[in-house]
Design a protein around this ligand. Sequence first.
Ligand code: ASP
Ligand code: MG
Length: 480
Amino acid sequence: MLVMKFGGTSVGDAKCFAIVKDIVARAARDQTVGAVVVSAMSTVTETLLSAARLACAGDQKGVEEKLQYLEQKHLGTIDALFSGARRDAVRAKVLDVLGEFRRICGGMALLSEMPRRSMDAGVSVGERMSSIILANYMDEQGIPAEAVDAVNCVITDDNFCNAKPLTDLTRDALRNVALPLIEKKRIAVITGFLGGTRDGIRTTLGRGGSDYSAAIVADALEADELWIWTDVDGVLSADPKMVGEAAILDELTYEEASELSHFGAKVLHHKTLRPLLNRTIPVYIKNTFAPEKRGTRIGPPHAGIQQGAKSVTSMTPVTLLTVRSIGGPGTTELLARTFAALDHSQVEILMVTQSSYQDSFSLLVPQNMAERASAALENAFRLELNHNYLEPLTAQHVTAIALIGEGMRGIPGVAARLFGSLAKERINIIAIAQGSSESNISLVVSVEDRGAAVRAIHREFISPAEAEASSPQRTQRAQR
Ligand code: ASP
Ligand code: MG
């Protein structure tokens, strides 16, 4: 049994819906498609968010423009896909949902605020509309299908905008909805991104959360595979905007894919793999617009794992915060208090490097959390800072680079080659860290050195193999 997920660009317009329908039809010929999870049409979530902001700011005209855009986009698609009574019915359903959003904007305008709970009720209408259109279109084209609103089957806590699914309740609810449909040979077209509390209040799983929804559905239905359909051929060995020779990777382990998403690669929503680990359900990342290509498989490690490094990724700008003690607290105490303070202010730490001799250490945090992090640390160490037991904290905008591959484990000389490749380009390394799993070596360079560093590392570790990759033989394999 398969679960498939289609992203926003895969349902970008009427033509895309037709392509998606063909993909599902083809898969359903020789496998059971347990469910289809769908994102909002491209640009819709973004438009809903800006409409809400405009409403809150009292810009009535701005809101009206956004609503017009949303209405035209959806009705235009419906008119191109349907005719007759079905068209009227789908139009009415979609207009109903959009009407709900209009009223939510009205409420926000009245109150001049956008409570998180209302935001979730608002931004999740995108998935509700796309699932109605897709389910009806598939159904009309002879693939029996039904739109399923995840508000009643992805049950979450009430941490609005970033809700956490409650595993057991969600599992039961999803099975109760989807299994009877599978029995009747109907496909559930489930809204990605959204869920609901036990009381049925709408929540969302965070931006880009449809991938995560799909993984939750795949686990609940005990699917054999999850196919995530997007607009690229798979996961690349580097950002092709930076590295011309970047190539599609045939295979990644769960760990490698998590490292990649942690370090800024836009592979998958970062929580996506979690629900899949238990049953080791493999994921394929595939291109809706080139469905014959094999895509990238993400799964558990196996014996034939590729040696060496697979992918290099970079994240910029990120902020390197340095704390240095001068005769004040020792490193252990410094670290303990730092982690406690950052945890309390919900700052994500990307990397830590430490020197026990100098009683100093550096932390890498996302730039949008840097101010919060500095404030938290200044507060935690106010006394020490006032009495000069600590040097003033420094914050530096930098680039984080990670070289990823489980096949690097236990292989001597990787770090030497990595640093050597940068030295050759005269690139200064500001900080270094290697996870104990040895599947990732990360380092920090200046913002200006980003492109040159990524290219140098790719050339050292990945391009030699890639010379072979661009030969017709290997390309065929990648596209199978
Ligand atoms: N539509 C949502 C977003 O744009 C969820 C998703 O596409 O994954 O964030
Ligand atoms: Mg997405």
